[in-house]
Design a protein around this ligand. Sequence first.
Ligand SMILES: [Zn+2]
Length: 129
Amino acid sequence: MTAVTQTATPSMWSEAELAEVRAALAQEVAELNADILRHESEIASGDVTKGAGDDQADAGAKTYEREREIALTLNARDLVAQNERAIARIDAGTYGVCESCHKPIGKERLQAFPRATLCVTCKQREERR
Ligand SMILES: [Zn+2]
């Protein structure tokens, strides 16, 4: 065990940088929410309006299309949750700190993956499970 002397707010992020990351995340949340709404209306309208042709192949294609829309929506919802979590971490002053080992995640990693909550080491450990 090494001594844990890190504070909750890593000094490597300036206020301006955090504000920038936060704005980008919030922007993405807005775009994703718009996507979700669009997909949901497509899913809903697909059920109601396109019920005319109901032969087997057509139904199969529609089911596939519908499932794809649902998968996209779930994926978008997941991203929204991750973004909102990152924003909450910025607001709480814990952004950039690994949730598992509480060491700084690393600025380069966060610039590539702004939603990352784990450092590379912990992430790799988690993926091996
Ligand atoms: Zn870690």
